[in-house]
Design a binder for this molecule. Sequence first.
Ligand code: ASP
Length: 567
Amino acid sequence: MNIKELRNLKINTEVIDLFGWVNTVRDHGGLTFIDLRDYDSFIQLVIDDNINEIEKIKNEFYISISGIFKKRDLGLENKKQEFGDYEIQVTNLNIVNKSKSLPFQIEDKIETDESIRLKYRYLDLRRNEMKQNILARSKVFKSIRNVMNEMNVLEIDTPTLIKSTPEGAKDFLVPSRKNPGTFYALPQSPQMYKQLFMMSGFPNYYQIAKCYRDEDSRKDRQPEFTQLDLEFSNANPNLVKNNVEKIIKSIFSEAFDIKINSSFPSLSFHDAVNLYGTDKPDLRIKETINDATNVFSNSNVSFIKDSIDNSGVFKYLFTPKNLTRKEIDNFDALSKELGSNGLGWIKFENQNFSGPLTKHMSDDELSFVSSLGEGTFLFQVGNLLDISKTMDMLRTKLYERSEKEEHVFLWVEDFPYFEIENNVLQPSHHPFTAPQNVNDFEKNPIEAIALHYDLVLNGVELGSGSQRINNPDLQTLVLKKWGLSDSEIENRFGWFIEALSYGTPQHAGFAIGIDRLVAEVMKQNSIRDVIPFPKTQSGMDPLTDAPTALDADLLEEYNLKVIDENE
Ligand code: ASP
C-alpha cells in the first residue's frame, strides 16, 4: 500500500506492506524513528531495536513495513504533514533495496553544483521542489489536451527526421546510413509541416512538439525544448491571438488555479523598444524610458550633439535615489558589456550638480535635469536599437517590480521583417511570415513590417507566431530578398513552394514555449529546473555523458570520418 491509503485506516488497526524510501533516520537509543516518504506523502515509523536489520537502515533505502497505525502522543504532532498526527509502530520491516551513500541530500534548497544534480538527476527529481516542477509540467500537458479538445483542434504529429529547415539557428544533423553522405535534420520546429496540414485541408492543428536548435544554451534556452505548436486555417493574427489568450487562460486556470481575467494588451515593436528598451518588457515594472532629444539637440557636448545630428536619440531614466559612485560605476561597467561607450550621468543633490559632463552642460540642460527633482539622472545617446539594451538593463535594475500583479502578459507586434544579426540579414521571425504590405516589402524590405506577433509574460518571450505567406510567388520573393540565390531557393525550398501552388488557404499560427511557461509560473530561474532531463549550458548531458564520440567501425558504417583539427 502507499501512504495516502492510510486515510482509509482506523486508528490502532494493522498496516500491511507499506512501501517507501527512508527519508531520515533518528536513533533514540532503543527506539528508532524513520520518516518514510513515498511519491506524495510522509509518515513517521517507530521501530524497536528488536526489529530485524534496523541497525543497517540508511537514508534512501527502499523498504516495506507492516505495523499498527497509531495516533501520536499529544504535543508530538507535526502539523506540517498530512499524516503528522499519526505514526506506525512497526512489527515487521523488509529492506527491498539498499542505497549507496548519496551525492547530495534529498531535501529542498540544497547547495550542490548543477552538474552533480544533473549527473544524478533521478535523485534530484526525488527532491520535493523538483518533483513539484515536473508535476506542474505534467498538469500543463493535461490542461493543453483538455482545452484543445474543447476547442476542437486536431492533435496531429509531424516527423522528426526532416530536411534541414532554417529558423534562425543551426540544425542538429543526423547522418543517413543507407544513403551515405546525406543527412536529415531534427526540426527546429514543425513549421513547414504544420503549414502543409493547412494545404492538405485540415482546419487546424496542434502538437506538443519537441524542437531542436543547435545554439548556445542560456538560462531560457536548451538545445531541445518543448512547445505547444498551433496552426489555424482561414486565419488572421487576431483570430490566432484570441485563441492563444483562451488557451493560456485555460492552462493557468486548470493547471495552476490562477485566474487571468483581463485581455492581453498590445504594443508595437517600436513602442516597446522606445518605452522599455526591449521587445519583451516586464510590465510589472511601471517606469518607462524617457526621451529628451529636443532638450539636448544643441548640446555643447560634442558626442551628444553629433549623435543627435545623425538621427540618434537621447534617452534617460531618473531615480530620486542618490546613487553612490560605486553603484554608478557598476552600471557603467554593465552598460559597456552591452556595447555602450559608457554611461552618462548627472547627480542633483543639495541643489548641486555633479558628474563628469556637468560643466559642459548648458543652463537649459541642467535646469531640465533639476526639474525632475533631487536624485540621479542616467542617460544614453545614440541609435535607438543600439542604446536600448543599456536602457533596458538600467530600467530593470533601478526600479522595483510590482509584486501585486504576478502574471503580466503583453502582445508585441509590428516587428521589422528583417533584423541584422552578426552582420547577417535574418527574418526576425522566419521566412514563411507574411509581410504587412507586399508593395512596401518589395520596395524596401529592410524597413518592411512583418505580420508577426510575440507573447510576453513578465519579461519572458513565451511564444511567437505569424500570418503565413500562402502564395508561391510571394514566398519566392521573400527568400530572394533574404539573399538566397535561385538555386538555393530551388534546392532548399522548391518542394515547399511547389506545395504552396495548389490553392493554399490563408493560415496563421503560433507556438508557446512550455518550458518557459512552467518555469515562470513555478518561479524558477532556469528552464532546466522544469525539464526532467535537461542539458548543461554547454549542451552536455552529465547523466549519460552525451554527446559521445563513436567507435571507428561505427563511423565507417555511417560513412563518416572525424577530422582531427590538430592534424
Ligand atoms: N515555428 C515558430 C517557432 O517555433 C512558431 C510559429 O511561427 O508558429 O518559433
